[in-house]
Design a protein around this ligand. Sequence first.
Ligand code: NAD
Length: 481
Amino acid sequence: MSHDYTSLFIDGRWIAPHSTDVNTVINATTEEAMGRTPLGDAADVDAAVAAARRAFDDGRWSDLTPGERADVLGRFADELEKRAGLIAETVTAENGMPITLSAGANGLSGASLLRYNAGLIRSLPLEEVRPGFLPGEILVRREPLGVVAALVPWNYPQALAMMKVAPALAAGCTVVLKPALETALDANIMAEAAAAAGLPAGVLNVVPGGVEAGEALVAHPGVDKVSFTGSTATGRIIGATAGRLLRPVTLELGGKSAAVILEDADIDTAVADLARVSFPNNGQTCTANTRVLAPAHRYTEVLDAITDMARSMTVGDPLDPATAIGPVVSARQRERIEGYITTGRGEGARLTTGGGRPAGLDRGWFLQPTVFGDASNDMVIAREEIFGPVIAVIPFRDEDEAVALANDSEYGLAGSVWTADTERGTALARRIRTGTVGINGYRMDNAAPFGGYKASGLGRENGVEGLLAYFQVKSVLLPTA
Ligand code: NAD
């Protein structure tokens, strides 16, 4: 599989970049170059924002009826579905995501988000006449915000991009998408699908770039809203710029989520599911439940079951459907994770399985699924986002302590509660200060508002809330007489 792009998708065409720098995308499994894109610079961002600005300002998109826009989004979804296999395999090669996960999370998620938002916009009231508090009526309008800067990381590149692109386009906004350099190839496949679907020129533009392009885009005077997914450190920088410019911003950031296993849970079932919930995408998932809180009197049983589960996960070629754990995205990322494993050992946590590179896999940035027992919530490995296949199992005495431990985190993105009693689990979920909590599982649902408490972010994506984030609200005060 080789993808070589020498141009950028701007203004509905593939045009020569301003930048002469090249971004080489490396296959995480073979460590070989698998494709190239231009490495966009600030001038490329300028061209893309100008195209998006023209496309928004002349009304070629925002003046369409919601139904007309929804029809185009449906065609965009069709074109993505035609490319689902290619997209899934491309992302798996780029970032190491097991193909069984990538098939849905990359191959099909974009189309599904487009169809979901197309459905919402067909029935969302855009104008409403309300009685005033004073005499007279008020026309309340929802108007598209304008040009959207969408910046995304490499871990779920298609879904995370489309969680922004789909509602923005449905609302009538135009978009400049800046994918991460590691996953720039699949973003270009998304651009090809948009072009094939007949999306009007300039409505979606794609500029692969690094920090220079990202900073230029966030601060660009032609941008009306910034939507960012990535690390909390970068989110703080982007939030500061947005604050200075008084520019609306959505920030989807890091996490250190807790899985709370109550003593009435079926441990075998819970632990089998935690393979997916705690180690998704080789642990490179913002919602990964990397702190497992286990009742003290069943602690050994839970830890042993988790250790066995992790030990039995198949590590290998992520294109093989039998693989549960593929390589992490880069050599740098693997070194970072290994640094955390060293830290965990140093601070007294007990390694029960994993902790190193698997034997026999000399190419590719592989790591064994790793479990730390006898961990406490104040350890670095329980506080910082590792973003790799490493979890910590922490004991609790009672429900109050479980809630306190779950909430004792800088982050608040996701989490789960495992119990035989759904009502008890739901009551506990209400007490956890985090954006999403699963009961006996965890899943992303287009209809479930998604986002973070605390350092996990600002705002929500998905659900109707995710669509409303791309509108301004205007009140027209109708005459009183
Ligand atoms: P990152 O913050 O380094 O990069 C994310 C994106 O921002 C990339 O496109 C990058 O090029 C760009 N960028 C980097 N510095 C920038 C700057 N100063 N200005 C503008 N753009 C800049 O994140 P990463 O390490 O690539 O991704 C992993 C992180 O993303 C993890 O912390 C993970 O939890 C988080 N994440 C969050 C969610 C969520 O929905 N909450 C989802 C997935 C990943």
